[in-house]
Design a protein around this ligand. Structure first.
Ligand code: FE2
Length: 469
């Protein structure tokens, strides 16, 4: 007997009326109209079933600390780094763990089940490293937390940082980080890239560097990162994060650079919410957007993900762990408005981000982990448009979060009784009729049945019969 059978789902690739069968935490079948006994049966009613959201770039050691010990007045990256430096001596393991655990609750509720978080290793106590390793252990049953040893103050610039970074790796931190544009000189920045890539190669680890998070068009450390990646045979295992200086670089130089990045199979991570606010702060007008060249990188075959980077911390006051908000901002900043480009923005917070992290068994096919999210949306573009409600979230086939259907009751003359912001079908909508929250083929039209999606699951042995119409 199956543990879980989901019927009538729309998948991100556009297939509709699909069934997904789950046994022992794995997907065992994806096909139209699967029939088999199952402990729990769910009718997706034509809604979008996606693999979970993945955040390829985050700072969990700083999250939810907004206002401690004060607020970033200038809004710049550099004041944020200084402010974090003020906060670090005040951190306690208990408070850090409590904030990180609370953020992971938010993440799961938003269908975000894998996060790559940088952790600052410049504090010789490695307090944040120990705390996040503990968080990683605690959340492992429901969230994949991958940690990057991040020398926030510069691996060569900050005394003891290299030793601290190595100790963090010894403790079990997964990935080697860096921040070459923050080293004292450009030469030191290049030297840090070489040193850290060599360290990763020796230890068989991946690399993810904060690279060229600057408005300076001459900040070109990604060139060295691509070179070292090829020299050391690290292709496909190295990520350049932020890369904002590429926005300001000379076009001729970029035409050479992107080809080198593609050859090295670098991954790129843009952080649209943060860099649209941090970059261009020294500009008057015109004011640069400051996000890296996402469509051009994608066109060259480079894997590009979007990261959240910050939520309520010294660099950013907002955020809720919603990767659809990240995709929404990335779409706007990069002007990725064609249907194909909008779908690429959805990929940037799902499959592309999973590729950055090297997640195994991720996806919606037989053999993959039964991790997925049911969204109140009819396709990926609709999901971004609505920052869609996560109706249900499953991890290894187990329901871990659910939310009520988003809809408003209307009290208007000659208008429908409610709306759920569903796009209208091509046929003109009828006035004086109760509106279907999600018009379209195969979508449920009965609000009570839609609402049933957001109710608690049936206990084992009591199949949900809401699919039987
Ligand atoms: Fe970052």
């Amino acid at each position: 007997m199956l543990d879980l059978l989901i019927h009538n789902a729309t998948l991100p690739d556009g297939r509709t009326a699909m069934s997904v069968a789950v046994r022992h935490g794995k997907i065992v079948g994806v096909a139209p109209g699967l029939l088999a006994p199952a402990q729990t049966v769910i009718d997706a009613q034509g809604q979008l079933l996606s693999p979970p959201f993945v955040d390829a770039h985050f700072h969990m050691d700083a999250t939810l600390s907004y206002g401690l010990p004060r607020v970033n007045q200038s809004g710049t990256l550099l004041e944020g780094i200084a402010l974090w430096g003020e906060l670090k001596p005040l951190l306690t393991p208990e408070a850090l763990i409590a904030r990180a655990m609370a953020y992971c609750d938010w993440a799961v509720a938003k269908g975000l089940l894998a996060i790559r978080s940088h952790v600052d290793v410049c504090d010789a106590r490695l307090l944040a490293v120990d705390a996040l390793l503990e968080v990683k252990r605690r959340v492992a049953p429901y969230l994949d937390l991958q940690l990057v040893a991040f020398p926030q103050d510069g691996v060569l610039r900050a005394p003891g940082a290299l030793d601290n970074l190595k100790r963090a790796l010894d403790k079990g931190v997964d990935v080697v980080g860096g921040i070459p544009h923050f080293e004292r000189t450009s030469e030191q920045g290049s030297a840090s890239v070489k040193l850290l890539c060599e360290l990763a190669a020796e230890r068989g680890l991946r690399v993810d560097m904060h690279c060229d998070e600057s408005d300076d068009p001459l900040s070109r450390h990604v060139e060295t990162l691509a070179f070292e990646t090829q020299r050391l045979g690290l292709q496909g295992r190295v990520t350049g994060s932020h890369l904002t200086s590429m926005h300001s670089m000379d076009n001729y130089y970029v035409s050479k650079l992107i080809a080198l990045m593609a050859q090295a199979q670098l991954h790129a991570v843009a952080n649209p919410l943060i860099n649209i606010t941090l970059q261009g702060r020294h500009d008057t007008y015109p004011k640069r957007r400051g996000m890296t060249r996402v469509p051009e990188l994608l066109a060259a075959g480079i894997n590009v993900a979007f990261g959240h980077d910050c939520v309520m911390d010294p660099w950013y006051a907002l955020g809720s762990g919603d990767m659809l908000e990240v995709a929404h901002m990335g779409l706007h900043v990069a002007q990725m408005t064609s249907q194909a480009a909008m779908r690429q923005c959805f990929d940037a917070v799902t499959v592309n981000a999973a590729r950055v992290m090297g997640l195994e068994n991720y996806g919606l096919e037989a053999g993959c982990n039964a991790d997925f999210v049911l969204l109140q949306a009819r396709d990926p573009v609709d999901a971004i448009r609505l920052r869609a409600t996560r109706l249900k979230v499953w991890r290894h086939g187990r329901l871990v979060a659910e939310s009520a259907l988003a809809q408003a009751q209307l009290h208007l003359p000659d208008r429908p009784a409610q709306t759920a912001w569903g796009a209208l079908s091509n046929a003109a909508p009828a006035v004086n009729r109760r509106a279907a929250p999600f018009p379209g083929r195969r979508l449920a039209t009965n609000p009570e049945r839609l609402a049933s999606l957001a109710r608690s699951p049936q206990p084992p042995g009591e199949p949900d019969n809401t699919h039987a119409d």
